[in-house]
Design a protein around this ligand. Sequence first.
Ligand SMILES: Cc1cc2nc3c(=O)[nH]c(=O)nc-3n(C[C@H](O)[C@H](O)[C@H](O)COP(=O)(O)OP(=O)(O)OC[C@H]3O[C@@H](n4cnc5c(N)ncnc54)[C@H](O)[C@@H]3O)c2cc1C
Length: 268
Amino acid sequence: MDFLVFIKQVPDTDEVKVDEESGTIIREGVPSILNPFDEYALNLALRLKEGMEDEVNITAMSMGPPQAKDALKKCLAIGADRGILLSDKVFGGADTWATSFTLFKGVEKMGGADLYFSGQEATDGNTAQVGPELASHLNLSSMTYVEDVLDINPKEGYLTAKKETDEGFIKLKSELPVVLSCMTPPDFEPKIPGVKEIMKAKNKPLDTWNHDDLGGTEEEYGLEGSESQVISTYPPPSKGPGEKFEGPAEEGAEKIFALLKDEGVCDD
Ligand SMILES: Cc1cc2nc3c(=O)[nH]c(=O)nc-3n(C[C@H](O)[C@H](O)[C@H](O)COP(=O)(O)OP(=O)(O)OC[C@H]3O[C@@H](n4cnc5c(N)ncnc54)[C@H](O)[C@@H]3O)c2cc1C
């Protein structure tokens, strides 16, 4: 069986700064990491692989600049069998639709898979669109907010997943193949690869495919293939320092009440 995990390299969000004048993200000197939701998706794929009777090959695929190879190398060290980077200047400026189209062309070239995993969202773009869009390109079902796979039966051709909802969790069954958008459960402990795993990963295949490899016209990719356009980006306005009341609790409560009344939040 072939499992395919879509992974994205993202800026370490704790350290992202926005240029207040231009409104653009300052990427220089900001370290990049493997998107945490994708790291969980890969770990879920590995756990399923361990419990399968059939041989399973796990491929990690990413679209991004050449440095996104580092995130793929991490996936190989964690346990993926193969890495594929889709990288070309033609892919630049892609919105989510053009991104998912590029990944779809990568899937076509690879010959498809039996199960697809993505993260629920990327911590920089946060649209949560790429997983379901991939399902649309592949003409497959999409399962979002998947925290776990409870049962997988390739012979019968289905899996059952645990999906988070606003009310709690539901069990959902789907035919295979399906695209799972994975949510990280609160108790997830990421696997930290040791020196042995990192050295072993150096011998695993890591390919780079460009536009010529994927085929199609240049207009289908990148900025030209994008249906949406970012008009501007800006950080949220910074909040004031707030007010601190010292003294007895009753006095403080009265002051807060008077303040809320002045702001029109409440009446007498
Ligand atoms: C008009 C426009 C122009 C843009 N131009 C640029 C640009 O020039 N440079 C730039 O860096 N970004 C650009 N972006 C942002 C870019 O489109 C998004 O980063 C990208 O489409 C992924 O969307 P997301 O981050 O919301 O991912 P989500 O949909 O939140 O991600 C869900 C999951 O999909 C998978 N996934 C997402 N992206 C990738 C990927 N690249 N490779 C593999 N798997 C992936 C991962 O598993 C991820 O967890 C642009 C966006 C728009 C709308």
